[in-house]
Design a protein. Structure first.
Length: 399
């Protein structure tokens, strides 16, 4: 595969400190000089400090983050290197009780920087592995990754779908397409999560098809849902709605601006409860819904899409979180519970909490924080890469 003769990148004095702390990003402005030719996107480069000391190996890419480090050791980058990475990720999830779990057969197998593989995400859906690459270097390795997945998962692997068309940098001189890299006749789109069933559409759905990162938070919601009127806002395919109904909610309303998302929610409700569930879907804007809400609710879930993809729009995002939380606080019954989330990496826990604080003050409600939530163990957070903690959540008690 590759050998150790990589193009050499030297970073400026003072710009090596983050790499010495094992942070895996090298920004374009930190690069002093490149030796051995001009690297192409996806090339493996060796990174050195200004005194010619080795710092790491990573994939080169045009953009603000110019290099994503996947090894801080000067080793051969070959098939065995990547097999070890995958095996470590698999063994970790097995130890966490996520793999070979009879009640749950959907999980994240590779979580980018959290597993030491920046630019690579792989989600597992009851036999189908969905690959999503965010760097050219990882995209170019996709066929190798299929072979490794076959070795790692054996007969449990029925398909591998590459869904990188919209996640790779637009500057890249390639034309990726979403496609099956491996396919059999026994593909199932139905998964189980803590015994709840969901139809997954990884071809047309958002992200890789399902928001696996909310698994433990959905489970927690069930503990607050019995005999309650529950409203799941930005509900997508109804994950929180299914858990609430399974826990004995009196009624559940799901709200999403996308009609196709509400259609999928209704399918998932029927998959679990037939026609007996007291559920209604609303394909409409969240603010419009709150203007005309048919109920006051005991429990409200706010799980919006990322309001801020980058720092430039952070202020507007924080205003958005403040506004939507204020509306929910106005709609919740006294003694009610609000699950509120941000999945924006650019929004810190402190900024998110401050937005919710301002919303509570503006709504003039007395609020207690019951839980502070994050992503589950199959979305590991590297202690050296705090940016990988992207999911923030609060469970609020509203007097």
């Amino acid at each position: 595969m590759e050998n150790k003769k990589h193009i050499k990148v030297v970073v400026k004095s003072g710009k090596d400190s983050s790499l010495r702390r094992f942070h895996p990003w090298v920004f374009s402005g930190a690069i002093k000089k490149i030796y051995g030719g001009e690297p192409k996107e996806g090339d493996i480069v060796s990174v050195y400090d200004n005194k010619d000391e080795f710092l790491g190996l990573g994939h080169y890419q045009i953009g603000s983050i110019a290099i994503r480090i996947f090894s801080f050791e000067d080793v051969d980058i070959n098939r065995d290197f990547w097999i070890k990475k995958f095996r470590n990720a698999f063994a970790y999830r097995k130890q966490m009780g996520i793999i070979n779990n009879e009640n749950t057969n959907v999980y994240r197998l590779i979580h980018a920087e959290g597993d030491g593989m920046p630019g690579l995400v792989i989600d597992y859906y009851n036999g189908t592995a969905v690959i999503q690459t965010h760097s050219i270097g990882m995209y170019l390795l996709r066929e190798l990754f299929v072979e490794i997945l076959k070795e790692l998962l054996g007969d449990t692997l029925t398909a591998v779908y590459n869904k990188s068309e919209s996640t790779l940098p637009y500057k890249a001189d390639i034309t990726p397409k979403n496609e099956y890299l491996l396919k059999s006749d026994s593909i199932s789109g139905v998964v189980k999560e803590y015994g709840n069933k969901f139809n997954i559409d990884w071809v047309k759905g958002q992200k890789t098809g399902f928001f696996i990162d909310q698994r433990e938070n959905r489970l927690l919601l069930g503990k607050y849902s019995k005999n309650k009127k529950v409203c799941n806002v930005f509900g997508y395919t109804g994950g929180f709605s299914v858990y609430a109904l399974n826990a004995g909610a009196e009624l559940v309303h799901t709200v999403d601006a996308s009609k196709s998302a509400i259609d999928l929610t209704n399918e998932n409700i029927k998959l679990n409860f037939g026609d007996s569930a007291n559920h209604k879907g609303f394909a409409m804007d969240a603010f419009d819904f709150f203007d005309n809400a048919p109920e006051k609710y005991d429990v409200i879930i706010l799980d919006p899409p990322a309001f801020a993809k980058h720092q430039k729009v952070l202020h507007n995002a924080l205003q958005g979180y403040k506004k939507i939380n204020k509306r929910a606080l106005e709609q919740i019954k006294p003694g009610g519970i609000i699950f509120t989330f941000s999945c924006s990496q650019a929004v810190s826990k402190e900024n998110f909490r401050k937005s919710v604080f301002v919303a509570a003050a503006n709504a003039r409600r007395n609020v207690k924080i019951l839980h502070q939530l994050t992503q589950p163990t199959d979305h590991p957070i590297s202690i050296y890469h705090p940016e990988s903690e992207y999911l923030k959540g609060l469970v609020l008690y509203v007097e």
